[in-house]
Design a protein around this ligand. Structure first.
Ligand code: G6P
Length: 472
């Protein structure tokens, strides 16, 4: 029987060393939470890094067995590989470039070399697992070279690739010293998917201008194959969030929060720690709201959850300090004995607690500077059983292409953001319900299962067409 092998840098389970044992926890981030619901389907498996440096062969075997029991195959990486491939090329070169933060990007030959070597390492593990009829579905910017490496080893195999972050304008891509190698790496796939048509257009333009290949109607013609490119906006496991919000655990958390907050109204902000998310800009906007609209003092609090991420990368550590400092300053200036303007948490929370925060919040602030999709926006919507609540959403998140009933803002326009917060707090209930109902219908329908079905069907169709042309 054929299977689908999902490949991504990070497995959906993260293994961590505690004082006397190893703990297995869900991973953070849109990719792992989004895809986590689908890979367990019949016979499928997931290949990726478990987030742990193993100490010896016995530990490696133990972790492998534990993960295998849950259909995961680990790719173990060394500390040097994580430094140069993950913190280096992936997160200090590609991540800033693809999110339009080119000024933060570094270009180190040793990071590139490690990126090539680790993509080769993933290639070896996938080849050990994949049979000739299997479908290989590769995810995200850490593995841009893997499609072509697999194609070289297995010319006929079925390979899909999905990019979870933006694909930027050709002007940014052309800055990369290894731009042609990266694009050629991707072209090993049969189908390449993006969250939006905008990202797809940028990609086709980069392929045409940098590789000189003909591109039309979402297809790229190479001398040997036709590659299909398309937009597939990723969804969430809607029912999982709706169920979590309705669970008795979430209700109990909600009662505790409500009692502690008394009548204070809640604006919510949830992100991984990242400079692309606009967290500091959001804090400054909240500060301006308090300055401009004193009527909200003691009436509104911002609950801000920042999930630790990539804290070994210098810019992330610096951002953490900036956020700590801003929260301290704003709270010190405005707080009263009975009111805390900002409740700031730097940790990850279990699903039921997240769901009860989404339920509690009247306003969600999803205001990234750049974001491939942003699934937090969709999770907030799925948890709103009573359909009250307002989503403030950045026009530079992929999700803004679908969620037109949110209050769409430009995240660098602080004035607009302040006014959107005020408007959200005074929005009549019937308007909230009307907007939320429309967004719920969409997020429920185009959920993560529909997304993966669409991608897989398109991949099978692309492969079939290639085969028919080859045998015609
Ligand atoms: C984003 C990326 C994912 C990544 C996640 C968490 O969603 O698109 O590929 O897994 O962030 O980041 P991390 O570096 O911890 O895997």
């Amino acid at each position: 029987m054929s299977q689908t092998i999902i490949v991504s840098n990070r497995l959906p389970t993260k293994v961590q060393r505690t004082a006397d044992s190893l703990s297995f926890q869900p991973s953070e981030g849109g990719l792992a939470t989004g895809l986590g619901s689908i890979y367990r389907a019949e016979g499928n498996m997931w290949v990726g890094w478990p987030g742990l440096f193993v100490e010896d062969a016995a530990e490696e075997q133990y972790v492998t067995e534990q993960l295998r029991a849950d259909s995961m195959v680990p790719v173990f990486l060394t500390e040097a590989e994580i430094r140069d491939y993950y913190e280096g090329f992936s997160n200090s070169t590609l991540w800033p470039t693809f999110h339009y933060f080119s000024q933060l990007a570094t270009y180190e030959q040793s990071h590139w070399d490690a990126y090539v070597a680790v993509n080769e390492k993933f290639c070896r593990v996938v080849l050990e697992q994949a049979g000739p009829d299997d479908t290989i579905w590769i995810h995200d910017y850490q593995l841009l070279l893997l499609p072509e490496m697999l194609r070289q080893a297995r010319p006929d195999c079925t390979i899909g690739f999905f990019l979870h972050i933006p694909f930027p304008s050709y002007e940014l891509i052309r800055v990369l010293p290894w731009r042609a190698e990266l694009l050629r790496g991707l072209l090993g796939a049969d189908l390449i998917g993006f969250h939006t048509f905008g990202y797809m257009r940028h990609f086709l333009s980069a392929v045409a201008q940098l590789l000189g290949l003909p591109t039309q109607n979402g297809q790229i013609e190479t001398p040997t194959r036709t590659i299909r490119v398309d937009a597939f906006p990723m969804g969430i496991d809607y029912e999982r969030y709706a169920r979590a919000a309705a669970s008795s655990a979430a209700q109990e958390h909600g009662q505790v929060y409500r009692a502690a907050l008394r009548d204070t109204r809640v604006i919510l902000s949830i992100d991984r720690l990242d400079y692309t998310k606009g967290i500091a800009q959001r804090l400054r906007a909240f500060e301006l709201l308090l300055l401009r609209y004193p009527e909200w003092h003691e009436q509104v609090s911002l609950i801000m959850l920042v999930v630790p991420s990539r804290d070994q990368v210098a810019q992330y550590a610096a951002l953490k300090e900036e956020i700590d400092e801003l929260v301290g300053r704003i709270n010190a200036q405005y707080r009263t004995i009975g009111w805390n303007p900002i409740h700031y948490f730097y940790r990850s929370l279990p699903l039921e607690e997240l769901a009860s925060l989404y339920q509690l919040a009247e306003v969600a602030l999803v205001t990234p500077m750049r974001d491939g999709m942003n699934l937090v926006a969709k999770e907030f919507i799925a948890c709103k059983a009573d359909q009250r609540g307002v989503l403030i959403l950045s026009e530079r998140a992929g999700a803004a292409r679908e969620l037109a009933d949110a209050l769409i803002i430009n995240p660098t326009d602080t004035n607009q953001l302040v006014e959107a917060m005020h408007d959200a707090l005074v929005m009549p209930e019937d308007e909230q319900i009307q907007r939320m109902a429309a967004m719920q219908a969409l997020v429920k329908r185009y959920n993560v299962f529909a997304w993966s079905r669409l991608f897989m069907n398109q991949l099978a169709y692309t492969k079939m067409k290639q085969h028919m042309l080859a045998t015609a």
